[in-house]
Design a protein around this ligand. Structure first.
Ligand SMILES: Nc1ncnc2c1ncn2[C@@H]1O[C@H](COP(=O)(O)OP(=O)(O)OP(=O)(O)O)[C@@H](O)[C@H]1O
Ligand SMILES: [Mg+2]
Length: 398
């Protein structure tokens, strides 16, 4: 016999002599097995529920129920398990009927020497079927992953096309709105033009995000002072945030090393995170509150003898519920109103940070705080040039 693992057999048989005969016969095969004798329907159901048998051997006629009934019960619980009738008097017709109803094989008790061959074949077939099932399941998973990937690819292709188409007329619209703003004296017209400009710029931002998501933008890596990247981004939004009584606090260590990056992209990520922090604070405190502070920390991190820059953006806003943890990085997932969020910020940011060989993750407690972390590798060239002096570690990824 080829089956190597230990096999558990349920024997539906009332006659001890016949049972002994079967077990002795199987014993000669070298199969590693254990078995349990079952005589009633109730016992059978209980055993099927409690154990995971590999094989059922059943007599055809039993005092309390018959083999066909046993077969029916077994098929209900374990549709694929090998079920062999081992019986004394089963005629040809009954044997055919049994096979039709799902029995795997039929062995006559007076030809018991055939039992081992039949068991071996049934077990092998069953293992093959299990392997096939598994392969099929895996195939299905792969297929659905592929479909998902293709969908995303199709979406990015579409996004790229549409963004280019939109950008040209949009620039013209924005230019005209600016012309009107520069020339009109009518307050109403100025207000309308200013609205056109605002909304136009919003569309422009969305198309830029989409383009970036589709990774079609040119990427130019250069060596920059990380401090400057943060500072520049903060100056961009500091004034705007003050209007919402939100203050940005910086805690950046002096000896922050330079990094190789596409500075505009890193700025974009920081801006996305700052905007999210602002929204979270405004949602929690619509008016002034002393908690409306965004804390930006940046320091060094050493892990597995690699140097990183770690930046953390912390807000004490609404926080992120645990059940949303998986979703927030997906494109177009947003909990904000239609005119507030497109749900692209984090997915675009993740793409950018990945392109930089870095990590983006967060920790949060609902209704208390959110901390987004950006880890960016400090490249080896840099390490050779500079002496690593001080060290400041923030929290590690969860
Ligand atoms: N600091 C935060 N505090 C609370 N929730 C957050 C925070 N950052 C992100 N989220 C949650 O993650 C979601 C997705 O964020 P993401 O930046 O991708 O999209 P968005 O801010 O909704 O829209 P967009 O950035 O495109 O304008 C948000 O809608 C919000 O529910
Ligand atoms: Mg956002």
């Amino acid at each position: 016999m080829m089956i190597q693992r230990k096999i558990y057999i349920i024997c539906i048989e009332d006659n001890p002599t016949d049972l002994g005969l079967m077990i002795r016969q199987i014993g000669t095969s070298g199969l590693d097995f254990s078995y349990k004798q079952i005589q009633t329907k109730e016992e059978l159901i209980q055993e099927l529920k409690a154990s995971e048998p590999d094989l059922i051997l059943s007599d055809f006629s039993l005092p309390s129920f018959d083999g066909m009934e046993a077969l029916e019960i077994v098929r209900k619980y374990l549709p694929n398990i090998p079920f062999l009738f081992v019986s004394g008097w089963l005629g040809e017709e009954a044997a055919i009927e049994a096979l039709k109803r799902g029995a795997t094989d039929y062995i006559s008790k007076n030809k018991i020497s055939k039992l081992n061959f039949s068991i071996d074949r049934a077990l092998k077939e069953s293992e093959e079927r299990a392997l096939l099932d598994e392969a099929e399941k895996e195939n299905e998973t792969l297929k659905s992953q592929l479909i998902q990937a293709q969908k995303l690819e199709a979406v990015s292709l579409l996004a790229t096309g549409v963004s280019h188409e939109i950008n040209n007329p949009l620039t013209i619209i924005i230019n005209y709105a600016q012309l009107i703003l520069g020339q009109s004296k009518d307050d109403m017209i100025l207000k309308y033009a200013s609205n056109i400009l605002d909304e136009g710029e919003r569309i422009s931002k969305i198309t830029k995000d989409l383009l970036r998501l589709a990774r079609q933008e040119k990427q130019v890596f250069s060596k920059v002072r990380f401090h400057d990247v943060i500072q520049r981004t903060v100056s961009l939004c500091e004034q705007l945030f003050k209007k919402d009584t939100i203050f940005i606090k910086l805690e950046i260590i002096d000896s922050l090393p330079d990094i190789y990056c596409v500075p505009q992209q890193i700025q974009q990520v920081v801006l996305n995170l700052l905007n999210n922090a602002r929204d979270a604070l405004n949602q929690k405190y619509p008016k002034f509150d002393s908690n409306k502070v965004i804390l930006i920390k940046a320091g060094r991190l050493k892990r597995e003898s690699k140097e990183w820059i770690q930046m953390c953006i912390e807000d004490r806003g609404i926080g992120i519920p645990k059940e949303e943890a998986k979703k927030i990085f997906s494109p177009f997932f947003t909990t904000k109103k239609v005119d507030k969020g497109t749900g692209l910020g984090l997915s675009v940011s993740t793409g950018i940070i990945k392109d930089h060989g870095g990590e983006l993750y967060y920790e949060s407690k609902e209704n208390e705080y959110t901390r987004f972390f950006i880890n960016l590798p400090v490249l080896p060239e840099r390490r050779l040039e500079e002496n690593v002096s001080s060290e400041e570690n923030f929290a590690q990824p969860e």
